[in-house]
Design a protein around this ligand. Structure first.
Ligand SMILES: Nc1ncnc2c1ncn2[C@@H]1O[C@H](COP(=O)(O)OP(=O)(O)OP(=O)(O)O)[C@@H](O)[C@H]1O
Ligand SMILES: [Mg+2]
Length: 281
């Protein structure tokens, strides 16, 4: 069953001088098995939106349905976290247990599972997150930044959520760390999870996602396949967003006489188009 967002509005600090409408009548359905990228300029409402999807935040108005159940109305936290796992931006700051293993076990323990089941889940989650066994018994503080982030993600995976939401999972990682993170997310996806990924990297969402939602001032401005979204260079520019590198190059080549279709947005496609054009000459 999908996640359905209906007329969701969120106002921070209502009735004060700091009142901010962060979400403005959002309507959205995320189907099972989708891999969705959520982009938008800073302050556009991405983090506010995703925190409504596992009941961390309550709507000012409107509602969120998960598997048909309205989670805006007092739902048990552990029940919703079994279905929708949320990895915050810089989740490594939330590690707190003595060892990596214990940290990952924290969520499953709260579900009241048997010791055996907890041990199985912890092992599976750490493997899926790509942490080597020699790190499992270490203190989280002995790990590198990228490894800490994996440990934090493992903690969410151990709840076995059907949907995984990641807020900027590659933020602050070096290029190698970014590419390892992409690989890890792809393998989680291959296990059958639905994924919603917030990102500031057009290249990452272009490479990974099948659908892209663009937020602007608390509203959904664009929602479609990557080729559809990345053919809207001007609209994205107005929203202070860029294009993936291949689409930028596409537009530059077109100003110099090429006629590459606007829906080309990956390096592979661009290479094909350039070769085609050169052959014609
Ligand atoms: N706790 C808060 N109290 C008051 N206003 C807030 C709070 N959190 C966010 N806001 C405001 O709500 C709006 C949306 O913020 P949000 O954090 O959802 O944006 P975002 O798209 O995630 O941005 P970023 O890309 O910088 O992470 C912004 O105007 C922000 O200033
Ligand atoms: Mg944010």
């Amino acid at each position: 069953m999908p996640i359905q967002v209906e007329h969701l509005t969120h106002v921070y600090a209502p009735g004060t001088p700091f009142e901010t409408k962060a979400l403005d009548d959002i309507n959205l359905t995320i189907e099972d098995g989708e891999f969705v990228g959520l982009i938008g300029h800073t302050g556009s409402g991405k983090s506010t939106l995703i925190q409504h999807l596992n009941a961390i935040m309550k709507p000012t108005s409107g509602r969120v349905l998960v598997d048909g159940e309205d989670i805006s109305q007092g739902v048990k936290k552990s029940d919703i976290r079994k279905k929708v796992g949320l990895v915050f931006q810089y989740p490594e700051y939330q590690l707190f247990e003595e060892t990596v293993e214990k940290d990952v076990a924290f969520g499953p323990k709260n579900l009241g599972l048997s010791e055996d089941e907890i041990a199985v889940r912890v092992k599976e989650a750490l493997e899926m997150a790509g942490l080597e066994e020699e790190q499992w018994k270490k203190s989280p503080f002995e790990l590198s930044g990228g490894q800490k982030r994996r440990a934090a993600i493992a903690g969410v995976l151990a709840m076995k959520p059907k949907t995984l939401i990641l807020d900027e999972p590659a933020a602050g990682l070096d290029p190698k760390g970014r590419s390892e993170m992409r690989r890890m997310i792809r393998s989680i996806r291959a296990s059958g999870a639905t994924i919603l990924m917030v990102s500031h990297s057009m290249d990452d969402v272009a490479r990974m996602c099948e659908r892209i939602i663009v937020m602007n001032h608390g509203k959904i401005a664009l929602d479609g396949r990557p080729d559809e979204v990345f053919s809207e260079g001007e609209k994205l520019h107005e929203m202070h967003l860029g294009l993936p590198a291949a689409a930028v190059l596409r537009d530059r080549l077109n100003t110099r006489g090429f006629q590459i279709p606007a829906n080309v947005y990956t390096i592979e496609q661009l290479k094909e188009e350039i070769l085609k054009a050169l052959k014609k000459e």
